[in-house]
Design a protein around this ligand. Sequence first.
Ligand code: TRP
Ligand code: SF4
Length: 374
Amino acid sequence: MTTPNTDSQPIPAPIPKSNTERPRVLSGMRPTGRLHLGNYMGALYNWVKLQHEYECYFFIADWHALTTDYADTSKIDGNINDVLLDFLSAGLDPNLCTIFLQSEVPAHAILHVLLSNITPVTWLERVPSYKDQQEQLKEKDLATFGFLGYPLLQSADILLYKPEFVPVGQDQAAHVEITREIARRFNHIYGSRASAIKDANSDKEKLKAEISQAGAVHEILPEPKVLLTPSPKLPGIDGRKMSKSYDNTILLSEEEPAIRAKLKTMVTDPARVRRTDPGNPDVCPVFDLHKIFSTSEVQAEAAEGCRTAGIGCIQCKGWLADGVVRELAPIQERRRYFQANPGEMAAILEAGSARANVRANETMREVRSAMRLR
Ligand code: TRP
Ligand code: SF4
């Protein structure tokens, strides 16, 4: 990837005015490989809807991948491509939102450095994911400065774009919370009231500054709000939560025969042993997927057939597969298009990153000025 330097490049076309007047939204995703249905329902599906109502920035957080995968960077570049392909297939539209790559926007690293100086280490240590991940990923040495700073890099990602909302799942809420705390601290230390008072040459001037700006801490970095996106718990093939680490996923890019084959082996109501045993859809993971991917008619027919032993599980799973295949069809059609047009993908990422650089550099000018840096 080439890094566009916005200082020497022509300013890219702005996104349409109607979009820029909307509340701003930003979210990111680490490039960990092809997305599965759980990832899709938890994030991208919501993002695609948001792009019609907000001025949206969506990015691939490739530097975040380094915080856990620094020892083996071989997959990151390919993963970036896979995630971009998933973004575009899912329906993110570069004409409606800005799609960019974190490492193409140097300001993320710069703001991270500046913010690191005002961030108490204890704030980072008490972010729940810090200890959780270290325990879960025991095979990796995560006692690094970079991993401790993960939430701060995320704060920089967010604050650079001054979004009103950050759409994330519950697992990321703590990261948005620390972002708010960092913004508050930054504004408190570098906000205009504090600096005007510090600058005052005499007590009289100091009093004047205090009175004229009483209570007015200038919001250089507005505190973003978390936008908790609905993330239905999607079961995987083995009935546990769909997750790459359980190897129980169906990918967004999964081919129809694989979708059908995988669903055929999916765990069902364990009480339904024989074809003649009635089952209970309320405790069946297959039915949880029906609720997301099947029409209400099919759901009703499957539930009824299950309870009365009128249908077998294989038939029920076949109906589910029909629904999944139908929902994924337009997504996979876009995937085929972009796969055949890699140049277009590269151009989308380049244009988006250039646009992100403009926005990020604007914030950096304000940050530097508030901090009295050159
Ligand atoms: N930490 C997020 C995740 O693992 C990814 C991320 C990085 C992000 N920077 C962000 C999400 C900024 C929202 C905003 O899913
Ligand atoms: Fe589950 Fe469908 Fe079998 Fe009922 S018929 S147990 S809902 S797979």
